[in-house]
Every structure is written in C-alpha cells, then in structure tokens.
Design a protein around this ligand. Structure first.
Ligand SMILES: [Zn+2]
Length: 139
C-alpha cells in the first residue's frame, strides 16, 4: 500500500476503508473512538463540513481554525472510556501532533462524545496541562 493511501488517523488501514466512508457520508462511526479518528482525519483534509456535522450543536464553533497553517502529522489514542456501540456517552484521550511554522507541537486532550439520534458527536474536551506527561519524551 502506498503511503498516500494510508488513513491519516494512524490506524494503518487504507483511507478508503477507514475514515473515508465516514467523511463521504456512506457510513456512520459506531464508536466514539471511530468518530474521534475521523474528525482528526477531517482536520488533516480541512474538511470543515464534516467537522461541523459531527460537532454537537450545543457546543459547535463557527470558527473551526482551519485557516491556521497547521500540518497534522500524527494521532495517538491513549485511552477510551465507554463510547461503544451500546453507549450514549464516551471519552477519548489522545495526543495529536502537528507542525506549525516548522515547530513540532502537540495537543493532549480528553474529548467528550455523546450519541444523539443514532450518531456520535464531539461535545467538548479538556486540554491536558502543557508538558504534562511529556517528561523524558525524546520528541
Ligand atoms: Zn482512519
């Protein structure tokens, strides 16, 4: 598989069988983690329509920040809590890595998700303290 076919979410699967069907609307993510991954992929593709559609209406922002010159370089899922096909709420803790102006940055967030009318939505998240947990990180 060519590198360019790999899904940006880091699943190791091809985009067309990973987040692709979610972004094109041919399938719905069954778990909070799948939605989280697909939203990360949407950020890498600057897919504002998908990001808005998967953001809970009560917390959705009009400014998605897609104008910022950010290059997303990787996603690591650290933990999940609930968020399964039978749940209505879930949490996903992740680190998303990106570059801006050539500098490597990262976001460490625990996001909350809610299922509403059969769909998972991103609600909001708690950003971990800067540098928390990164002591000794060679990056
Ligand atoms: Zn994916």
């Amino acid at each position: 598989m060519a590198q360019s076919d790999l899904c940006p979410c880091g699943s190791g699967r091809a985009f067309v069988v990973c987040c692709g069907p979610y972004l094109t609307g041919t399938a719905l993510p069954e778990t909070a983690q799948a939605l989280m991954r697909s939203r990360y992929t949407a950020y890498t593709r600057r897919d504002g329509a998908y990001l808005s559609a998967t953001w809970h209406p009560t917390t959705r922002r009009s400014d998605l920040g897609l104008d910022e010159p950010v290059k997303w370089v990787g996603l690591d899922i650290l933990a999940t809590e609930a968020g399964g096909p039978e749940d209505t709420r879930g949490k996903v803790e992740f680190v998303a890595r990106y570059k801006v102006g050539g500098r490597a940055e990262r976001i460490h967030e625990t996001s909350r998700f809610q299922r509403w009318k059969g769909r998972w939505f991103y609600v909001d998240g708690d950003i971990a303290e800067a540098n928390a947990g990164s002591a000794g990180d060679p990056a």
